[in-house]
Ligand binder design. Structure first.
Ligand code: ZN
Length: 191
């Protein structure tokens, strides 16, 4: 498919500052797809679970914004959000909720072309978001409650580390995963 080929091409060739028309054409394709989707029962269930607790944070690797659209309130998006752009010059984050965009690439008010507010292939996670996620994992551990790992193969770093932090601190960790092994593969964990 064109889209798959485009993805591979981007993976091979994209480089900083990731604010080209080509990158945005790819993201506009993704944004249009997501705009036609609705959060499924899994998203809505997490909203309901969150309503039972005073302290509930949702840490996700998804970039489609569907958790927020479903109604989850406190969401940490480790890989960013495709409904925003970020200015490579000054770091400003701009909401871009409409698709299609009027101009590709979109521009920041400072005159610099924006990049998608999404972690790109080979790029490090935003340190502030990652630190917030680690703090959340530690806080949950300090109060000895529950850490749920849902719908991930739990092999992607550094997100996997969050569940291991919680596990090592003695928090109850429940993994819901179609695969038999995930973070509970003891080869991955030194207790
Ligand atoms: Zn700017």
């Amino acid at each position: 498919m064109w889209e798959d080929e485009k993805t591979r091409e981007l993976a091979r060739n994209a480089c900083p500052p990731w604010n080209t028309k080509e990158i945005w054409e790819y993201y506009e394709w993704r944004r249009a797809l997501v705009s036609r989707c609705e959060p499924n029962a899994a998203y809505l269930t997490l909203v309901e679970i969150g309503s039972y607790f005073d302290y509930f944070w949702l840490i996700t690797q998804n970039v489609d914004g569907l958790h927020t659209r479903a109604g989850s309130k406190q969401v940490l998006e480790l890989h960013g959000n495709m409904w925003g752009g970020r200015c490579p010059r000054d770091g400003a984050i701009v909401d871009l909720p409409q698709t299609p965009l009027a101009c590709l690439p979109p521009y920041h008010s400072c005159g610099t072309a924006l990049r998608p507010h999404v972690v790109q292939f080979g790029e490090a996670l935003d340190s502030a978001t990652l630190n917030a996620a680690i703090t959340t994992a530690l806080t949950a551990s300090a109060s000895a409650e529950l850490f749920l790992v849902i719908g991930t193969s739990a092999v992607v770093l550094p997100a996997r580390e969050l569940s291991i932090i919680a596990l090592k601190k003695g928090t109850t960790v429940i993994e819901v995963n179609r695969k038999q092994l995930g973070i509970y593969d003891l080869n991955l964990i030194t207790m």
